[in-house]
Design a protein around this ligand. Structure first.
Ligand code: DGL
Length: 276
């Protein structure tokens, strides 16, 4: 099987995979969540890079010629180094794509006021990736970033619908709003956040456009495959989906449907043993 690999620190990438399979159901997919080491958001550049590289090598070992890092933190902290330093020696004909570039290519189209708010993990915010990439495509747009360090742990622990969650959702959204009253578009720049989409929307001023990445990344992948027939023809097309987690598969299966929209049966992977 030459599947498309989809990676996240945990469950969040399933919100992206869900949209990708909606648009491109014919391909085979292997999903890996590094739940045992999630969240990545507060970890150092070096650690996120090492963990992500281990995952990419694992995908290549499974026969995946194309890997999507469906994780903003990994895209911000590891993607470029993997593309530039590791891929040429590891597997020069394979490709690793992220979620930040496809998002920044289009997000400027949604704002009238030219002020966009970014809600993300601390790691994604401190990397400044959204500010730097957005500047390339929409130099007239001002990007306001807000780190939301507690949201991923709250979501990963199944606490998203509690009073405590509501407090921290309001707290970070209020901090973003305090940065500028001109923000008319807010991007969920973490693949976990679609699970609290409605609660975030409720804290934003009426009429604010709230964007999730799933459909944006799915559209961009379809476009990539159209433009790269040499990659497209390597991908197997039997509609298979496989799921793996570095933590307990039973836990993964119980939580995954919330993110993916249907039940999954995951296998276990130990990435620390798969190091080359
Ligand atoms: N879904 C990941 C992202 O998009 C979560 C990061 C984390 O593990 O903290 O950034």
């Amino acid at each position: 099987m030459n599947a498309i690999g989809v990676f996240d620190s945990g469950y969040g990438g399933l919100t992206v995979l869900k949209e990708i399979v909606k648009g491109l159901p014919q391909y085979d997919y292997v999903y890996l969540g590094d739940n045992a080491r999630a969240p990545y958001g507060n970890r150092s550049f070096e650690t996120v890079y090492q963990y992500t590289l281990q995952a990419v090598k694992w995908f290549f070992d499974q026969g995946c010629p194309l890997v999507v890092l469906a994780c903003n933190t990994a895209s911000a902290k590891a993607l470029r180094t993997i593309q530039q330093n590791d891929l040429p020696s590891l597997a020069p004909n394979n490709r690793v794509l992220g979620v930040i570039r496809p998002t920044t290519e289009v997000m400027g189209h949604y704002t009238q006021t030219k002020h966009i708010g970014i809600l993300a993990t601390s790691g994604t915010v401190s990397s400044e990736s959204y500010v730097i990439e957005s500047e390339k495509f929409f130099p007239e747009v001002k990007v306001h970033q807000q780190a939301c360090p507690l949201w991923v742990p709250i979501i990963e622990n199944g606490e998203a619908q509690t009073e405590g969650a509501r407090f921290f959702i309001k707290k970070y959204v209020d901090q973003l709003k305090a940065q500028s009253s001109e923000i008319d578009t807010v991007l969920l720049a973490c693949t976990h956040y679609p699970l609290i989409f409605d609660q975030i929307q409720n804290e934003l001023p009426a009429g604010t456009k709230l964007l999730s990445q799933g459909s944006i990344v799915a559209g961009s992948l379809a476009d990539y495959l159209n433009r790269h027939p040499e990659m497209e023809c390597r991908l197997s097309q039997s509609g298979a989906r496989q799921f793996y987690t570095t933590d307990d598969p039973g836990d993964f299966n119980r939580h995954a449907s919330l993110f993916y929209g249907e039940g999954v049966g995951a296998g276990h992977v130990d990435l620390t043993r798969a190091i080359h």
